[in-house]
Design a protein around this ligand. Structure first.
Ligand code: AMP
Length: 551
């Protein structure tokens, strides 16, 4: 028997219409590095999104399913592109501006982008690539920066503001199939070629509702969210869409992502929430320690993208910024788990330990653990295996061209269609996920596994250590052993013996897991989205570039 309910497609245009009317007075504020940030209401963003859609369709001939890419910082124009492009039926393709040039060119070609909207400050990055980008017909430039390098480009160059000026401020958004492509994002491709994940209107809509739940980010129109996580990193974790559902004000840092301007914008714009990967927060913590500021407005901080070190969570707690740890991937939209402690643990000694886990699955995300032989492992908080997930905003395949069959590589998808995350961990009986490592980062020592993350967290809890990354290196006797690479704080006095003793104290790390190989580095290499790049460290070690001390 069929239901008697209406079947209204879950479309991004509906989120835009809702946000720009019901929450029309909420604001997107973009940091400019000048005396005044730039402010625009949701109503204005709605009107300008309609103008952009008209400009793309009538001015540039963009059709349904055409890919329109963005090479942009987090700012109001990028939010307009987020809504205009999918709402008109085209596909938003956010480009990661920190990727090496060849990878960027490969991705644009693979997605066959027809238009690229670029920030003026990023023109020097794009211009040299254009000769390798035959599918790109139009470049639309927004914001300050020299346009000079685009002279002589094969593609037509337009000014964003001129292109949208005078166009109608309303658009009769098409009634699309909610399962159609809305946006796409390529994985950072640490091994092999990057893989394209294509989100649907439906997946983004449902994901946004989850982001808004109290047990996830749970923000309201009284909040302002500082979105440090880039809009090219899994749709800024869904925040632009989610906030237009609830009227949460957006504070966008544009290109000012260094600790000092971040501290300044928190002090002057007083956001209540912020989201970013741990390395950003480590930097901000250093800045606030060196130059204290009034950051009292910021009471909620979402940390994800890499494990949150306990020392960072504790330091932020002291500043009154409560960290909420979350796990996700490009393939999971990204919200996969969020760590809100269960009611019985609140106010007890257990609370902190719960907050450090990756968190619980929301109702729409199912998780299971698979052992090395493919066996299903129990949720007993002890059995460690590879995490597999499924749900309405989890990828079921990778993009392989508009008319080609999507790719379902066996190392990424199980036979019954679950996503194999490549993350290893345990799940407790009450559904809390604890990741011990990436499958490829775990150190396999004499048939036992050593968690690189556990060693890093223990090292970073030493007051002399600013950052630490641990990688597996080949060892004649044990197969692999950990190499500890350490960034010391200014004026630090600890030597390797001291750090090793510290790791062994208070049962922090089992004796057999203690690293023998140590090195001091200036900074931990970072990936394009700010995570520790262990691939680079492994290569540096293999090439003999690191001066290693053996204890
Ligand atoms: P990306 O697709 O670039 O966002 O990378 C996703 C990967 O980041 C995951 O598969 C995890 O390995 C890692 N990751 C994300 N969030 C966390 C977290 N809270 N703790 C540990 N690892 C994380």
């Amino acid at each position: 028997m069929l239901s008697t309910m209406q079947d209204v497609p879950l479309l991004i245009s509906r989120i835009l219409t809702h946000g720009s009317t019901v929450h029309g007075s909420s604001r997107v504020t973009t940091w400019t590095g000048e005396a005044e940030p730039h402010r625009r209401t949701f109503a204005e963003v709605g009107a300008r999104s309609a103008q952009l859609a008209h400009a793309l369709r009538d001015g540039l001939g963009v059709n349904t399913d055409d890919r329109v890419a963005t090479l942009m910082w987090n700012n109001a124009e990028h939010v307009e592109a987020y809504f205009a492009i999918p709402s008109m039926g085209a596909v938003l393709h956010t480009l990661n501006l920190r990727l090496p040039a060849e990878q960027l060119a490969w991705i644009v070609q693979h997605a066959a982008d027809r238009v690229i909207i670029v920030n003026g400050s990023l023109v020097p990055l794009l211009a040299p690539l254009l000769s390798q980008l035959p599918t790109v017909e139009h470049i639309v430039v927004s914001g300050p920066g020299d346009r000079g390098p685009l002279a002589g480009a094969g593609a037509q160059v337009h000014e964003y503001e001129e292109l949208i000026a005078g166009r109608p401020t309303a658009y009769d958004w098409p009634e699309l199939d909610e399962r159609r492509a809305a946006a796409m994002c390529y994985t950072s491709g640490t091994t092999g070629e990057p893989k394209g994940v294509v989100y649907s209107h439906r997946s983004i809509y449902l994901h946004s509702m989850q982001v808004n739940m109290t047990q996830s980010m749970g923000l309201t129109d009284q909040d302002t969210s500082l979105v440090v996580v880039p809009q090219f990193h899994v749709n800024a974790w869904g925040l632009p869409h989610a906030t237009f559902m609830t009227g949460v004000n957006l504070l966008m840092p544009d290109r000012f992502l260094q600790p000092a301007p971040l501290a300044e914008m928190i002090e002057s714009e007083r956001p209540s929430h912020a989201a970013a990967v741990p390395t950003i927060w480590q930097g901000l913590l250093g800045e606030l320690t060196a130059r204290p500021r009034n950051v009292s407005s910021l009471t909620q901080v979402t940390i994800g993208g890499a494990a949150c070190p306990p020392s960072l969570m504790a330091a932020f707690d002291k500043l009154g910024m409560r960290v909420c740890h979350a796990w996700g991937m490009t393939e999971t939209s990204p919200l996969g788990t969020v760590s809100r402690p269960p009611a019985h643990a609140v106010g007890t000694d257990e609370e902190f330990a719960y907050r450090l886990t990756q968190g619980r699955f929301p109702a729409s995300v199912e998780g299971r653990l698979t052992g090395p032989g493919g066996e299903r492992l129990p949720w007993d908080g002890e059995s460690a295996g590879e995490l597999e997930v499924r749900g309405p905003w989890i990828a079921g395949a990778y993009y392989n061209g508009p008319d080609a069959e999507p790719l379902r590589p066996a190392d990424k998808f199980s036979e019954d269609g679950w996503l194999k995350t490549g993350d290893v961990g345990t799940i407790s009986p009450d559904g809390f996920l604890t990741l011990t490592d990436r499958a490829k980062d775990v150190i396999k020592s004499g048939g036992e596994w050593i968690s690189s993350v556990e060693l890093e967290n223990a090292l970073m809890s030493h007051p002399d250590v600013a950052e630490a990354a641990v990688v597996a290196v080949p060892d004649d006797k044990w197969g692999e052993r950990p190499l500890a690479t350490v960034v010391l704080r200014q004026g630090a006095t600890a030597d390797f013996e001291t750090l090793r003793t510290f790791l062994a104290e208070e049962g922090r790390i089992a004796k057999w897991q203690l690293p023998e190989r140590w090195t001091v580095i200036e900074s931990v290499p970072k990936t394009s989205v700010g995570k520790f790049d262990k691939k680079v460290l492994r290569r540096q070690y293999a090439d003999g570039q690191l001066e290693v001390t053996r204890l």
